[in-house]
Each structure stands twice: as C-alpha cells, then as structure tokens.
Design a protein around this ligand. Sequence first.
Ligand SMILES: Nc1nc2c(c(=O)[nH]1)N[C@@H](CNc1ccc(C(=O)N[C@@H](CCC(=O)N[C@@H](CCC(=O)N[C@@H](CCC(=O)O)C(=O)O)C(=O)O)C(=O)O)cc1)CN2
Ligand code: MET
Ligand SMILES: [Zn+2]
Length: 793
Amino acid sequence: MTNTTTSTTTATDPGTKQFPSGTILGYPRIGPRRELKKALESYWSGRTDAEQLRSAAADLRRSTADRLTRLGLDPVSGAIPGGFSLYDQVLDAAVTLGAVPERLSGVRGPDGGIDLDGYFSLARGNADTAPLEMTKWFDTNYHYLVPELSPDTDIRLGSTAIVDQFREATADGVTTRPVIVGPVTFLLLSKAADDAPSGFRPLDRLGDVVAAYRRLLARLAEAGAEWVQLDEPGLVVDGPNSTAALGAARTAYAELGAAPIGAERPAIFASLQYADAGDAFAVLARTPVEAIGIDLVRGDVPDLTSDVVSGLAGKTVVAGLVDGHNVWRTDLARAAGVLERLAGLVPSVSVSTSTSLFHVPHTLDDEPSLPAALKSWLRFADEKVAEVAVLARGLRDGFDTVRSEIEEATEAGASRERATGVRDGVVRGRLAGLAAGDFERGDYARRRLQQDRRLGLSPLPTTTIGSFPQTAEVRAARGKLRTGELSADEYRDAMRAEIARVVELQHDLGLDVIVHGEPERSDMVQYFAENLDGFATTANGWVQSYGSRCTRPSILWGDVSRPAPMTVPWASYAASLTEKPLKGMLTGPVTILAWSFVRDDQPLGDTARQVALALRDEVADLESAGIPIIQVDEPALRELLPLKAADRPAYLDWSVGAFRLATSGVADATSIHTHLCYSEFGEVIGAIDDLNADVTSIEAARSRMEVLSDLRAEGFSRGIGPGVYDIHSPRVPTTEEITGLIRAALESAPADRLWVNPDCGLKTRGYAETRAALENLVGAAHAVRRTRAAVGA
Ligand SMILES: Nc1nc2c(c(=O)[nH]1)N[C@@H](CNc1ccc(C(=O)N[C@@H](CCC(=O)N[C@@H](CCC(=O)N[C@@H](CCC(=O)O)C(=O)O)C(=O)O)C(=O)O)cc1)CN2
Ligand code: MET
Ligand SMILES: [Zn+2]
C-alpha cells in the first residue's frame, strides 16, 4: 500500500497547523474507577469542599492527558481533546454562554457569574427551583440538560472555564484541542423557555450565540490554542428543523471562520457524529472551517462532487472509523482501505473515532474476569485510542508499517465468527419457526373484561413503576455476595427480607397493585444479562448516564437464551405476602438492547427477537406461577429511534414486533403493562399504541400530562398511567398538586382507564421522601375517587 497523504499537507493555509493525523473526539470523564462520581457525591453530601472537588477534577484531567499521550496521541499538536465536564457538556456550553433561564436566575453569584453551586443547581435543582430538564443525547443512553432560551435570555461569554482548562494543560506541557458543543447544535438542543412568546425558536438567537462563540474563540487563540473542536451532531438528524439547521450552520461558520486565524481564533474542527453526515458535509465544506469530522461507522464516505472537493481545499477530512459508541474491535483492514480511498479523493485526511469515547468504558485491562476470547474481540476507550494511533501511523508512514496489527485484527474477527455460542442452532431454529400468531393477543374488549373480573380494582387504581429505593444495605449485600462474604443463600434471605419490608410498606400506604421492589437488581438490564446466555457483564466497565450516575452496559456477544427462570422466585415470594394483585417486572427487549453493547454482526431486529423469545418464556413462567399482571418496561423505545427518517419505519416494525413477541403468549386474563420514560414520545405515539399493552405507564409529571392529549389524538384506547410524581427530584409533591395532575389527566382519559402512579421507578430516591410522596399520591387518588363518587361520575 502507498502513502498518498504526505503531499497534501501543503494545501493548508501556511498560518494553520496541520490537523493531527490521529485523534479521538472525546474521552470518558468519569474516571477508570469512577473517581469523578465519588468526588461529586462527596462534595454534594458536604463531606468534602469545593477545593477538593476542583483538585480531584484537575487530577483526572491530568491523568487522562498522560494516558492519552502514552497511548500514542501527540501531546503538542492538538490531538488530545479537552472536553472534560463536571456534569454535562451541554450545561457547560450554556454556562459558557451565560445562558441561564429567568426562572433560575437565582443561581447567579453576586457578580452575575455562575459559580460551582450555581452550576449544580442548574443540573440538580435546589430547595426553590426545579433543575433544567434532562433528555437523551441523540440515540444514546447519555442524558444532557436542556438549556431554556427566550428572546431576552442574556447571552454573552459568561465563563472561561474551557480557556482555563486549556491553560492548565499547557502548564503541564500538553497542547490540547478544546472541545465544546457547536453553536447550531447548542440551539437545536435548547428549548424555548416557558415564558417565551409563542413562535419563538431557540435558533432565533443564532446571532448572539455566534457572537459569544467568537469571543470564546478569541480567548482560546490568545491562550495559544491551535485547534478548537465544535461538535455539531445536531446537523445530521432528520427533523422539522433540518433545513433551518443547515442554513444556521452556513451563517454560523461563515461568521466564525471570517475571524483571522491565529490572532483571533484557532483553526476550527467541526465534527458531525452519530449518523451519516448527509447534506451537512457539503454545507460545511463550503464554509471557512479547517477540518470536518464525519462518522464512517454509521455513515458512508460523502458524495464528493467537484464542487465539494474544491471547497475542501485547505481542509482536513477527519474520518471517524473507530466506533465511539460500541465496543467491538475495529476491522483495521477495512478502515485502512477507507482511509486510502479517501486520501485519493480529498486534499487531506486524518483518522479519529466516530463519536466521543465517553459512551464506552475506560479499559479492558481492568476486567480480569472477562473470557480471553471475548476480550480479543473487544476494544474499550484506551484500546480504541491505540487503534487510532495504529491507523494514524498507517496514514503517515504507509499501511505496510502496521501490517501485523492489521492482520491481528483480521484474525480476531475470524475467530469471533467461528466461536461457540455466537450461533446457537436451537435459538435459530425457534426464530425460524415463528408465525404471525406469535405476535398477536386476543381482542382487547374481551381481555379487559376478564382482567377486570380477576383483579377487582377500584377506579383510578394506584401502583408504582417497580423499583423501591436501593439502599446502601442492599448494595452492600450485593458487594458482599461478590466478595464471598455472603453465601448465595444468605444473599437470597437478605433480598427476601427487603422484599417483605417493601410489600409491608405498600400495604401501609394503601397501594392497590403491589410490586416486589427490585432489590435484587443492580440495574434493570444488567440483572437480565447476568441471567441470560449470550451476554457478558463487566466488573468496572462504568459509563456515564447522567451527572454522577453510571451504568455498566452488558455485552451481548452471542445468541441469546434463558437457562432458567430469572424473576419468578422473587415475584412468587412477594405474591405470597399479599392478598392484593402483584405486578411482576421485566425489562423489554428493546431496552435490553439499547442499554447493552450489542453484537454488530447481524441486524438488530434479529437480536431483539432472540431476547424477546427468552422473555416470552419468563412471562409464561410468571403467568403459570399465578402472577396476574406482568409489566415489561420499554423506557428506551424512543431512544433507539434512528436519527434518519428513512430508517424509522423499519426500526418501529422490529422494536414493536419484539415487544409483542415477548408479551403475546399470555391468556386474556393476564394483564400486560408497559412503562416508558426519559423521552419525548411525540414521534413514537403510534408505536406505543401498537405495543398492544393493556396498561401503559408513562412519564408525564413535568410536562403536566402533555403526552395524554397526543395519545388521545392517536386514538389510544387502553389503560394509561401518566406519572403524577416526578421522581427525578427529592421534592415531595403535595396531595393538592397530585390531585391537580389527576384531574388534568381526566380531561384526556376516562376514569375507567386511568391509573395513578409515579413517573418512573424509585431506586434513586431515599425512603423518607418516597414514603411521603406515595402517601400523598394515594391520598390524591382517594380524594378524586370520593369527589367523583359524590357527583355520581
Ligand atoms: N442501564 C440503565 N440505563 C438507564 C437507566 C437504568 O436504570 N439503567 N435509567 C435511566 C436513567 N439512568 C440511570 C443510570 C444509572 C443510575 C444509577 O443509579 N446508577 C448507580 C449504579 C447502579 C448499579 O449498578 N449498582 C450496582 C453496583 C453499585 C456500586 O457502586 N457498588 C459499589 C459497592 C457497593 C457496596 O459495597 O456498598 C462498588 O462497586 O464500588 C449494585 O447495586 O450492585 C450509580 O451510578 O450509582 C440511575 C439512572 C435511563 N438509563
Ligand atoms: C428507567 S424505567 C425503570 C423501570 C423499572 N421497573 C423501575 O422501576 O426501576
Ligand atoms: Zn422509567
């Protein structure tokens, strides 16, 4: 193979440094052993002070820069990205712009700035104010904070933390590449504040936002930054704002690029991520940015018309060939091929990850229990950095110089294809034998009649979403099981004791439908992964989900089957303690996929149906054990909705199909519930109806029941439980507030279909607030029942 890139560097403006040949778009912030989580939680609880938090964060940034240097990124050419955040990168962008909504202006310090506690109040709320809303970052399980803008939000360079961090690294001899969410994506991810006039769109503030970014870039240039990365994944998403977004990108980057490079700004690297670059690539090619990043894991090499290629003069195309969002080893031969092809087409090419690596765990080196064969197919963040370094060396010195690394990767891929467990004839045979009837239940009216008769519930039945607070004692017991300090029997007894306490609490509170409380689950996906064949779980593979909260996504590597019942003993034990109906609790196939790292060697729909069949067996066993209600949670149904409109119908088809396959084996008298949260459901309302669940509980408290009118418009006519208690905050809602929400819900759904429940599970809450809030929830349901009975409704 030949090296075609060395001659291209001259195309770049002589004032501009060449973009580094290999880089990553971002790196995990939480720390290999969750150092940031621990520092944050200890600061929030008052055990440590601001200075200790600042120094823990600085230590983390320093050890990250050291590690990335050791792994082969150049410490002085801007190959090492900044992009650290104490909580969230979108919040950081908002704070950089000083963009604090009027309702939260109390978080400003005396000098008008936002100090550490103000920052955390925006993220987590305080005694007086609700925090910014939190929602999913593109199609991932990471949650960002939603900035609120109005025509008079004060937008100006409000914080220079990003400049300070650049200087901090420089002092250590590392020239980083500061990273910030780009101006257009920032506005696309923002929402209009409640007090904004109707018709206002955040994009209307583009001029002010760009002016503030211009000042930020000037400060970075002054500090010596040669490159800055502006993340613009918002530009690749199909949606009602797509056209406006591309127009805004033209304006924003013409304006930012007009400033003289070196003196007033660093060279600009605009990165597109999470999907095919589509039209955004050509748009950016025509702006005066110096580098454009594209996701070549999810997307293809862009159309390189002569017009686009001439726009690329002086620019570097940064090819995202190492997957930032999944853990499989890169097919280096394929990646090298793409790089060589690109190098022949455009003036200058570099290699990178497809997205920031903060979606994957730190390192495989801290996973002694993962089987060696599986490990040889995997790459976590550090190992991916090494892959980038290999490809960059190939680009610079010719791919012959990395021949052995390429061959090793090819061999690992071949061994994965042949490995036992990757293909299981029994599982495949079962899938091949599925018929249309396996996805269908009986007529809803008949189901409803039989379930009503069996359950005998009052109108507006009360229930919870499944989990009760995960206490330190419960987690400690699981810790002791792992270390062998508790035997399996002792652990089972500890969980049973917890279940008994939770059932008794629900009796005390007067809840109508009882749950076992999920104490045995470290996580609602990991628990099932631990009990199913085809999955592996990690010891330290933590990934940030929001703020200090992390998950250890499981690795779905082979064909999936269920060796034994997973939840039946817990549910049966809980049922034995109560006369009231017990609701069994499972995580649905789509959510199990969404929150795991999933094999990339077959269509997701096939994998989803395998998981669905395993769950179908569990549903059947719960039914045989006499459990009358089975809830199958699908909070991630919206999360996996493809960013490209053309891919959505096929996704909705397989995702809805997998849920139906898991739940359609039951008799009419068995009630199937589902639960959805953490998303805006507008775009998947039709799919929610198609799930064909008897009852759907859905997050609604913060949006004051908005979702109900959408459901009504869709003709949704089965049971519905809009959340009336926002479990994301420790605040206890009053009986009056909840009564108000139930009455609001009654305007969109009749009383005989309405359930009363919280927004989501209670695992992150404490017992004191949980008890108080549920007391008010039951009180509110009873109050509404009484007034309706009095007027004969
Ligand atoms: N996978 C997933 N994604 C999700 C959700 C979810 O529940 N699961 N919910 C939504 C919001 N996201 C969330 C993500 C994480 C957490 C969360 O609370 N995570 C916990 C960890 C939960 C866990 O895995 N717990 C384990 C391990 C706990 C632990 O830290 N153990 C200690 C030892 C404990 C001891 O001995 O006391 C240790 O390893 O150091 C367990 O209970 O077994 C945390 O960050 O603190 C909540 C919501 C959307 N996405
Ligand atoms: C993120 S959805 C959570 C549903 C689960 N049953 C729970 O209550 O925790
Ligand atoms: Zn939920």
